[in-house]
Design a protein. Structure first.
Length: 334
């Protein structure tokens, strides 16, 4: 599918991680910088951010989120709060360990913990209060390690949960190969489950080669490729859900089914009823495809190169020959 739309050049960006869209602004992260663009004409309003462990510094983005009139930039174990146009307000720092993917939900936060119990290492999904004190463990599952740490692992492993707060609910894709999304309230109580039959997409030799290309070329792990390639494993079929997002009172579920390089996207209502199926070019280039693998392996569930808001798809695109990035905005409401 070739999508018409507006292309906004992003000069100076090296490897942008994520895009988020609010009512008035578009936010793009390129560590350690947060860029804020006006949503109407896409002029740069502000940019800020520096790398480090001190106040107003970032170690590793967990994500950028809009809640009411505030912009949250969540880092490892802390949340920095700004006005929507990027003026600093305050920083909240956790007293205890928070592992990954901290994000605001209502007047609380949700994020991942990591702990040992009976000699087994677990990852947990936890609710935290407004001061980042843990209130409740919503769920837990065994930590499986990663391929580059020297253990057999499925490269498209399903055991990476994803969660998205939306309008007083938390939508969670659990560690399942099946098509399941659980919906919780902000107290951590499960409200309902969305479960659907799905087409099982086989993992082909071409798929295996493309995943191996990632390990052979990706700078953080390529020096260990000869060892890694002996230890990788693959399930015969892909998981049901590749990733998902919630926007405009709809759930957009991206599967592993492809058509001419475009990804199948199932558009559901908030209860799970199928509204339509579309195909979008979300992971077409090698750079974006490798990014999706990287996010799964390093448990970065919310470094998404696309966002949906008010019937428009905002996606980061790369010209791999020119090594330049742009933001592509197109209407997908029809």
């Amino acid at each position: 599918m070739v999508l018409p739309g507006e292309v906004v050049p992003l000069p100076g960006m090296i490897r942008p991680e994520s895009v988020a869209v609010g009512e008035d602004y578009v936010y793009i992260t390129d560590f350690p910088t947060v860029y804020i663009f006006d949503k109407k004409d896409f002029h740069l309003v502000k940019k800020f951010g520096s790398s480090g462990e001190g106040p107003r510094e970032f170690r590793q983005f967990a994500g950028v989120y809009i809640r009411g009139d505030d912009l949250f930039v969540c880092d490892l174990g802390k949340a920095l709060i700004y006005t929507k146009d990027g003026n600093y307000k305050k920083e909240i720092k956790a007293r205890n360990f928070i592992w990954r993917e901290l994000m605001p939900v209502g007047n609380k936060f949700i994020g991942k913990g990591r702990f040992n119990e009976d000699k087994i290492e677990y990852i947990s999904l936890n609710l935290y209060d407004a001061d980042l004190n843990q209130e409740k463990q919503v769920l837990k599952y065994p930590f499986w390690g990663t391929a580059y740490l020297g253990k057999m692992s499925n490269l498209v492993d399903y055991r990476n949960i994803q969660y998205i707060p939306y309008n007083g609910s938390i939508f969670v894709k659990p560690e399942e190969k099946a098509f399941i999304i659980d919906v919780y309230d902000t107290s951590g109580k499960k409200r309902y489950r969305i479960e659907r039959d799905y087409e099982k997409i086989p993992v082909t030799d071409a798929d295996v080669k493309r995943y191996h290309d990632y390990f052979r070329t990706y700078s953080k792990v390529r020096q260990n490729y000869e060892q890694i390639k002996k230890e990788l494993g693959f399930y015969p079929v892909f998981p049901a859900i590749r990733t998902f997002t919630v926007a405009d009172d709809k759930i957009y579920v991206v599967t592993y089914k492809m058509k001419e390089g475009d990804s199948e996207v199932l558009v559901l209502d908030l209860k799970g009823k199928l509204l339509k199926t579309v195909y979008l070019p979300l992971f077409k280039t090698d750079e974006l495809f490798f990014r999706s693998i990287e996010n799964n392996i390093f448990r970065r569930i919310n470094n998404s190169t696309f966002a949906i808001k008010d019937g428009k798809l905002y996606r980061l695109i790369v010209d791999e020959e020119a090594e330049s990035w742009a933001l592509h905005v197109t209407d997908i409401s029809s």
